[in-house]
Write a protein that binds this ligand. Structure first.
Ligand SMILES: C[S@@+](CC[C@H](N)C(=O)[O-])C[C@H]1O[C@@H](n2cnc3c(N)ncnc32)[C@H](O)[C@@H]1O
Length: 337
C-alpha cells in the first residue's frame, strides 16, 4: 500500500527521532506536559490496557508505561497506535521486561484500531485524535472500549499558540517553496554552480539569477525582523539552502538541494494538517455529541491554558464509557472514577 504524502511526512518526522510534535513552537517548553498525564495514568485501575492514539514516538505511551516518573504497574499494557512509521529512541532505555508491556501498531489508523481481548480500559491522545476522521474514529474507539473505559484527549484549538505559530510558519513555507521562492531560485543557482564545477560556460542569465537570490535574502531579512516568531524557520531554510549550494559548488551535485527541500515540503504538509484539524467550538461540540450518542459520558471540554502565561494550548476533553446508562444522567464531576 502506498502511503499518502502526509503519512510519509509524519514518518520522516518521527524517523528524525523527535519525541513529540511540538518542536517548532518556540513559545512554550515543548517538553513540558500540557496536562497532568502522570496523575491520570496513576489513577487508572491496576493492569489497565491503555491506547495512546496517534502516538507519534510515544511521549504518552512512555508515561503510561511508567517511564519518566509515573508509577510502574507491571501488569499494565500499553498500545501506541499511529498511521505513520515510528522510531521511538526511548525504547532503548527501558528494560526488556517493561518493553514486553508495550505494543506498537504502526501504519494503523485510529479508524481501524484492532480489538483486543477484554477491550481497552483507557484512551489517551495529545494532538492526535483530531487527525482522524471524527465519526469513524469515535465509532472505532467505541467498538474496542471496555465497559467503564476512560478517555482523555488534548486537541488542537485554532486560536492556540501552536495553531497560530503553525499558521504563520505555513504561510512562510508556502512563500519559500513557491515558484521563484528561495528553493526554486537556489535550484537555478545550484545548476550554475554545478555547470561551473564541470568547466561549462554560463550564459547571461546567471547574473540575473544571482541578483534574484540576493534580493530574496534581503526580503527574508526583513520578514525575520517583522515576524520574530519565524526567525528559527527562516534560519533553518537558509542554512539548508546555503549548505546545498556549497555542496553543488564543490561536487557538481544538485540533488542534495532537492533532498533538503523535501524536508520543508514535509513540514508544509504537517502544518497544513495541523491547521485543518484544529477544532472550533462547534466541532468540539459535535464531537462530544457523537461520543455521547455512542454511550460515552463526556465530562469536560474546556480550553486548556498554560498556568503561568494564560496562553491557550488547546482543548481538553475527558469521558467515560457507560453504554447501558441513561445519557441524561451524564457524569457531573468525575467522582465515579
Ligand atoms: C501532531 S502528531 C502528534 C503525535 C503525538 N501524539 C505527540 O504528541 O507527539 C499527529 C500524529 O497523528 C498521526 N495520524 C494522523 N492521522 C491519523 C489517523 N487517522 N490514525 C492514526 N494516526 C494518525 C500522524 O501520523 C502523527 O504522528
Amino acid at each position: 500500500m502506498n502511503a499518502s504524502p502526509s503519512v510519509e511526512a509524519w514518518s520522516a518526522y518521527w524517523r528524525s527521532g523527535a519525541l513529540h510534535s511540538l518542536d517548532t513552537s518556540a513559545q512554550i517548553d515543548a517538553g513540558a506536559l500540557l496536562v497532568d498525564w502522570i496523575g491520570w495514568f496513576d489513577a487508572l485501575p491496576e493492569g489497565a490496557c491503555v491506547a495512546d492514539l496517534a502516538c507519534g514516538n510515544g511521549l504518552l505511551a512512555g508515561l503510561a508505561l511508567g517511564f519518566n516518573g509515573t508509577r510502574h504497574d507491571p501488569l499494565r499494557r500499553v498500545f501506541g497506535i499511529d498511521i505513520a512509521e515510528l522510531a521511538p529512541r526511548w525504547i532503548g532505555q527501558i528494560d526488556p521486561a517493561r518493553r514486553q508491556q508495550l505494543t506498537w501498531l504502526q501504519r494503523t489508523p485510529i479508524e481501524r484500531i484492532p480489538e483486543i481481548k477484554g477491550g481497552f480500559d483507557a484512551f489517551c491522545s495529545q494532538f492526535g485524535f483530531e487527525y482522524a476522521e471524527p465519526d469513524a474514529a469515535v465509532d472505532a474507539i467505541t467498538r474496542v472500549a471496555a465497559r467503564g473505559a476512560w478517555l482523555q484527549f488534548v486537541v488542537h484549538h485554532p486560536d492556540s499558540i501552536f495553531a497560530r505559530q503553525g499558521a504563520a510558519e505555513l504561510s512562510a513555507l508556502r512563500m519559500l517553496l513557491a515558484p521563484a521562492g528561495l528553493f526554486d531560485t537556489a535550484g537555478r543557482i545550484a545548476a550554475n554552480l554545478a555547470a561551473r564545477f564541470r568547466g561549462m560556460p554560463l550564459d547571461g542569465s546567471a547574473e540575473r539569477v544571482r541578483r534574484d537570490y540576493n534580493r530574496l535574502q534581503l526580503e527574508l531579512d526583513r520578514l525575520g525582523r517583522e515576524r520574530p516568531a519565524l526567525l528559527a524557520l527562516l534560519a533553518e531554510a537558509r542554512e539548508a539552502v546555503h549548505a546545498a549550494l556549497v555542496h553543488a559548488s564543490q561536487t557538481g551535485d544538485v540533488a542534495w538541494l532537492s533532498q533538503q527541500r523535501t524536508a520543508f515540503d514535509f513540514a508544509l504538509l504537517r502544518l497544513e494538517n495541523l491547521v485543518r484539524v484544529a477544532c472550533s467550538e462547534a466541532r468540539i461540540t459535535a464531537l462530544l455529541a457523537r461520543f455521547e450518542s455512542k454511550g460515552w459520558r463526556m465530562a469536560i471540554a474546556d480550553p486548556l491554558r498554560q498556568q503561568a502565561s494564560g496562553a491557550l494550548l488547546g482543548w481538553r476533553i475527558e469521558g467515560c464509557f457507560h453504554p447501558d446508562c441513561d445519557s441524561t444522567t451524564a457524569m457531573k464531576d468525575g467522582t465515579d472514577r
